[in-house]
Design a protein around this ligand. Sequence first.
Ligand code: ADP
Ligand code: ASP
Ligand code: MG
Length: 406
Amino acid sequence: MALIVQKFGGTSVADADRIREVADQVARNVRHGNQVILVISAMGKETDELLRLAGDVARLRPGREMDMLITAGERKAIALVAMALADKGLDAVSFTGSQIGFITDTNHMNAKILEVRPERLREALERGQVPVVAGAQGVSTDRDVTFLGRGGSDTTAVAIAHVMAADVCELYTDVSGVYSADPRLVPGARRMAEVTFDELLEMTATGCPKPAMRSVEFARSYGVTLHVRSAFTWEPGTWVREETRESAVEEASVIAVTHDTSDAKVTVERVADHPGVAASLFRRLAERGVNVDMIVQNVSLSGHTDISFTVPQDSFAESLATCRSMLGDLGAKDVTGDEAVGKVSIVGSGMKSDPGVAARMFEALGAAGVNIEMISTSPIRTSCVVRRDQVETAVQVLHQAFDLDA
Ligand code: ADP
Ligand code: ASP
Ligand code: MG
């Protein structure tokens, strides 16, 4: 008998038909003799809808009330799933994050899990019940309801799989696994049978939306095996684990192309080129909560240099204002912003020992007329900032250049 944590995302439980289908599948699993713990997200686009409503009623969005509001989406979904399971003859019981012992910090809208006390989960399993847990929520050390952030249900599922020592954590979504590129941009993208934690982390850090990056970090830290798969076709998906692939001998150096269009670029022109300048700029940005991604500093000419960096779009205005307020301190001439950028990346652990990879990437982009504005690398990833309207082309030519088509 295996203990399986199964997480169903928004699309998997979007309406009554979908909920009944999920219940059917769970019932089949339980009859095969498996113990199952379910983690459920809000139905369809409900989280977006609740966020929109909040914006419509008020300009102020107190964190405590926002979390109370958003977590209602998951609460509704768990009750409906538990009812559908009961209808299939299963003894199911729903739990909120607080009932299931998810203790978090007090950082509303993006709370961190401090501890999980799964007594009620254990008791339910011992009674032969199927626990149905609300994803992405907990209770803070101040006893308020907290939301773990967008995509937090993946993290809830991984945390439960860890504390309950489950055999596997299955993350169900609307595609049948992790693909060699976003299947919406590349129809020939290939489903990967397996991927390592390191590779998947680089993929999620550079724009692959599934699974949520925090959950992958958590799973890697605690050695939780992940299986990303479809709640529509129910076929086997992508396994994520530590071991290297069996096909290591003939391993391709690049396994996936990812993209991200959520960043913007800031350039500080003619900054004084002496020690401490970059430090004071990026310290100030950090103090204002700006999460800087790529940074490029040009070669110094006559004691001055340009510094460009990318930031999430929601931090763009704040970043520009911060830089502008520091022009004097930095001895800089001007600051400019550019929102029409995007990032494309190639990922693969085989890149470490394949010196030609970056050149091949740049050649493919050059041949397609895509200009590279910034470059950054890790041992298993190379990323380029390009014009946003060329991202789709860039992803497609790179997918082809590295022979990733199915
Ligand atoms: P859910 O709503 O199930 O939590 P999301 O809608 O956030 O999931 O993410 C799933 C979507 O991510 C898929 O429909 C797919 O189009 C997109 N996607 C982008 N890149 C990839 C990739 N490399 N592999 C798989 N899916 C990807
Ligand atoms: N429903 C929340 C969101 O859309 C949490 C989750 O689905 O993981 O972000
Ligand atoms: Mg979705």
